[in-house]
Design a binder for this molecule. Structure first.
Ligand code: PLP
Length: 396
């Protein structure tokens, strides 16, 4: 059996979205900016996709959503755009973010420190989030941008974005949220959240890879990252990826359609898997179930090195992760676990399991069986884990 439990890294393209993308590779492949029929015949599908995006996020206008190549680009664009517009001009000095942001935010902010940005990186509390009071404590009128994610890629913890944006606005700062792990998993309404910028990426909600977007409230001015042609109203140059945009629009529409299913079926399977893991002695899971997106588990399994666990699971056909895919080649301990205050040993024993609406009950039963087997095998050969007698008696 092959079981994919790494949906926070990327997801399968929904077959319905894929079907809609197909004609735009070999039939309707014109450049939408061209004046001939080959170009103009792409327009209806592009318009539908952009409508699906702004309806899906409840943006006021389709011009408020600018398509990019990925959320890494969207995140870079916001941070660097604000740097050029507000900090390099001397208007303001500061950017505030959190220690658990994706590197697309954190590394960009750190890069800009060299160019004079006064950066504040907030630690998360024991629950793995930042509270409005924590943010208020470091705010002043000199803050140009607050960048805080909507949900964490490792823990799945949901941040109180509406309240955090309100605090930023009280001090005249702009507010960005990286909603990559939230879109498609929890309802996102940009007007209700009142954020100024929001990044998302199609491949995290069953759309294609290589296409994302940035929501910009009221199409406010923001220096471009990519200069060139007049694509996307001159805001983001580069020939439009028509099949990608078509796939992203449909994928968002489908994700919203399946939102209740995500919170019933996916949540039930996630909870079943989590409860089974917690039956194993010395296993803990980060964050309360209700405060997380419904698909994610970040577990720590004492005495079991995360990488060794992945090896055993991979042999059984199960895909999981020890941390975000972007950092997994470094074999470093999980930085999010460290940021939320777990000790070094726990940080090395992280296992992230992330489900999707395509997972079945049989797959979860299979995963429970093989994770349990792997824990037993790896603890059995661990030189550091004391094999508890009651554990032994449980017959595992
Ligand atoms: N932000 C978060 C929270 C993510 O989880 C990821 C990908 O893992 C990204 C940004 C980067 O997204 P993309 O792959 O579209 O560049």
């Amino acid at each position: 059996m092959r079981v994919y439990l790494d949906n926070n890294a990327t997801t399968m393209v929904d077959p319905e979205a894929f079907e809609l993308m197909k004609p735009f590779f070999c039939e309707k492949y014109g450049n939408p900016n061209s004046l001939h029929k080959f170009g103009s015949e792409t327009h209806p599908a592009l318009r539908t996709a952009l409508d699906q995006l702004y309806t899906g996020l409840n943006a006021k206008d389709s011009d408020d959503i600018v398509v990019t190549s990925c959320a890494t680009e969207s995140n870079n664009w916001v941070v660097k755009g604000i740097y050029f517009d507000k900090i390099a001009t001397g208007e303001k000095k500061r950017i505030i973010t959190t220690a658990v942001e994706h590197p697309a935010i954190l590394a960009t902010c750190k890069f800009l420190e060299k160019y004079g940005v006064d950066l504040t990186v907030l630690d998360v509390n024991g629950d793995g989030i930042v509270t409005p009071d924590q943010l208020r404590a470091v705010m002043d009128e000199n803050v140009a941008l607050v960048a805080i994610m909507s949900a964490n890629n490792e823990t799945g913890m949901i941040f109180p974005i509406k309240e955090l944006a309100k605090v930023a606005h009280e001090y005249g700062a702009l507010f960005h949220t990286d909603a990559v792990q939230a879109v498609g998993k929890i309802k996102i309404d940009v007007q209700d959240l009142d954020v100024d910028f929001l990044s998302f990426s199609a491949h995290k909600f069953h759309g294609p890879k290589g296409v994302g977007a940035l929501f910009i409230k009221n199409s406010m001015p923001l220096s471009s990252l990519l200069h060139g042609g007049e694509h996307m109203g001159g805001r983001r140059s580069g020939t439009l990826d028509v099949p990608g945009i078509v796939g992203m629009g449909k994928a968002l529409e489908l994700a919203n359609k399946f939102m209740d299913y995500e919170h019933s079926h996916v949540r039930r399977l996630r909870d079943k898997l989590e409860d089974a893991l917690l039956q194993i002695p010395d296993v803990s899971v980060v964050g309360k179930k209700d405060q997380r997106v419904p698909n994610t588990i970040l577990a720590s399994i004492k005495g079991v090195e995360g990488e060794a666990m992945l090896w055993d699971l991979n042999r059984a056909g199960i895909a999981a992760s020890t941390g975000s895919a972007c950092a997994s080649e470094t074999l470093e301990s999980n930085p999010i676990m460290e940021a939320i205050g777990a000790d070094k040993e726990l940080a090395h024993t992280a296992l992230r399991l992330s489900l999707s609406r395509f997972n079945t009950e049989e797959e979860i039963d299979y995963a429970i069986e093989h994770i349990t087997k792997a824990v037993n095998r790896l603890r059995g050969i661990s030189s550091t884990f004391a094999y508890a007698p009651e554990w032994h008696k449980s017959g595992l």
